[in-house]
Design a protein around this ligand. Structure first.
Ligand SMILES: Cc1cc2nc3c(=O)[nH]c(=O)nc-3n(C[C@H](O)[C@H](O)[C@H](O)COP(=O)(O)OP(=O)(O)OC[C@H]3O[C@@H](n4cnc5c(N)ncnc54)[C@H](O)[C@@H]3O)c2cc1C
Length: 440
């Protein structure tokens, strides 16, 4: 290993970037590490994806905060690669560059009607309610009686649950004020949760599914005919355990009866593939095709039906957004790499490496493996030190960029917590507001 300090640049402040930074800081104690993020705030999807009513999950941010505050490590927020700095410049500046930019661009449904008004990707919708600055102006149309959410993962359940909660049930969340107002003004009567495959193949977790049973104004609707009597014999023990628990919850929902006194119904619809969104200028109906599941795949039946859908939200997965010159696998929507090696000196970690799957802690093992790879690559040869942060600072100053450092983030945090008034925080959602708080 070189006697000179290694200059390490990590793009994407958390979680994966932070896990890699922490591992490298432990093994190369004199390294200089810059963690660059396009937002003035750290924590990526922990702040901007994880549901605002799941504060327990968000607590993991404290662990990342400790890493960001370590000596030898700098947070450079409000610095977007592709806008303020180029990939080539980063390679010139750092001996080791790690790309951990996540994946938040919505995958398309690829059906007619997708461009109508009131049709949103979950990435857009979640960014809006979670106060990601470039999502705050979405103003989604929630003025109808019926919302269709396409997808059977936890993100689809998050959206349905938040729309189903009463203001009192949202009181301990950090749902942004603009979203609270919009949810309160909405008068939704039916939410349709639609899966192309059956309940056994759904990727939501039992804990998230169970929460619907606790919502005071929500009636759960499940057609018992859609629930198989048991799990097939060829299922792995792990899959069987999850599927059986989910089936139990769905059976209990089916057995709850009509609950007509409750004003909002959440319908679980399985084996239904979206075919077309109908409406003049905005969504009004969703055409679905019945499917059956064969070998884990949805097989179309040719038989279609319609549901009312004044708003359609697709929650069918994400792609990463590349910046110029970054080696990119466009078909898979991830950074092109061999187990995390992008090119000499450049690595990738997290969702942009392996695709948008796995919860926050799942990124830890993956990030540690990438850190090991980096250490192995650099153990055998001395690398001349590159200029690191000094070069980056000069470029940012030349371009009039306004980076936010860790102390700036702490000021933003304090301002948001103070504005919370009983809530965990009231997020600042505009870049200028965030920068003003960071400078205060
Ligand atoms: C809606 C939603 C809800 C979720 N809920 C949960 C949950 O309840 N529990 C759980 O454990 N997991 C949850 N997850 C999964 C979890 O968020 C991911 O596993 C994790 O965030 C992936 O980490 P990452 O570091 O790869 O990406 P990210 O968290 O997306 O972090 C990437 C970072 O890169 C930055 N970045 C992007 N582009 C650039 C650029 N050009 N220049 C500079 N910086 C850039 C971003 O601002 C971001 O901070 C959820 C995911 C979503 C989408």
């Amino acid at each position: 290993m070189s006697q000179n300090p290694f200059q390490i640049g990590i793009v994407g402040a958390v979680p994966s970037g932070c896990y890699v930074a922490d591992a490298l800081a432990r093994k190369i104690p004199d390294a200089h590490i810059d963690i660059i993020d396009r937002l003035p705030t750290p924590f990526g999807l922990v702040r901007g994806g994880v549901a605002p009513d799941h504060q327990g999950t968000k607590n993991i941010a404290r662990q990342f905060e400790r890493t960001l505050g370590k000596a030898g490590l700098r947070f450079l927020g409000n610095v977007s690669v592709g806008r303020d700095l180029s990939y080539e410049e980063l390679k010139s500046a750092y001996d080791i560059l790690v790309i951990a930019v996540g994946a938040m661009e919505d995958r398309k449904l690829g059906i007619p009607g997708e461009t109508l008004d009131a049709v949103y990707g979950s990435g857009q919708f979640v960014a809006w309610y979670n106060g990601i600055p470039d999502g705050r102006d979405l103003a989604p149309l929630l003025d109808g009686k019926s919302v269709a959410i396409i997808g059977n993962g936890n993100v689809a359940l998050d959206i349905a649950r938040l729309l189903g909660k009463t203001p009192a049930e949202l009181a301990t969340s950090d749902l942004c004020a603009h979203a609270r107002d919009a949810f309160e003004a909405a008068n939704i009567e039916d939410i349709w949760l639609i899966g192309r495959r059956g309940p056994l193949e759904a990727s939501f977790t039992t804990a998230e599914l169970t929460e619907f049973g606790e919502l005071s104004r929500v009636a759960t609707r499940v057609d018992p005919a859609q629930l198989p009597p048991d799990c097939p014999g060829d299922m792995s023990a792990d899959q069987r355990k999850i599927a059986e628990k989910n089936l139990d919850v769905l059976r209990a929902y089916a057995a709850r009866g009509e609950q007509n006194e409750r004003p909002l119904r959440i319908h679980f619809v399985f084996n239904a593939a979206p075919v077309e969104i109908l409406g003049e200028s905005r969504a009004r109906e969703l055409v679905l095709e019945k499917t059956r599941t064969e070998n884990g795949k949805a097989v179309a039946s040719g038989e279609t039906f319609k549901i009312p859908a004044d708003t359609v939200i697709s929650a069918i997965g994400y792609r990463s957004t590349p910046f110029p010159d970054l080696p990119f696998d466009a078909a898979r929507g991830i950074v092109a790499s061999a187990q995390g090696r992008v090119e000499p000196g450049v690595y990738t970690a997290g969702w942009c490496k392996r695709g948008p799957q796995g919860v926050v802690p799942a990124n830890r093992a993956d990030s540690l493996a990438v850190a090991e790879l980096i250490l192995a690559d650099f153990a055998t040869h001395d690398t001349p030190c590159k200029p690191g942060g000094a070069m980056i600072d000069a470029l940012l100053a030349e371009r009039g960029a306004r980076p936010v450092d860790f102390a700036g983030w702490q000021k933003i945090n304090a301002a948001e917590v103070a504005a919370g008034e009983g809530r965990p925080r009231e997020k600042l959602v505009g870049i200028e507001e965030l920068l003003a708080a960071a400078r205060s």
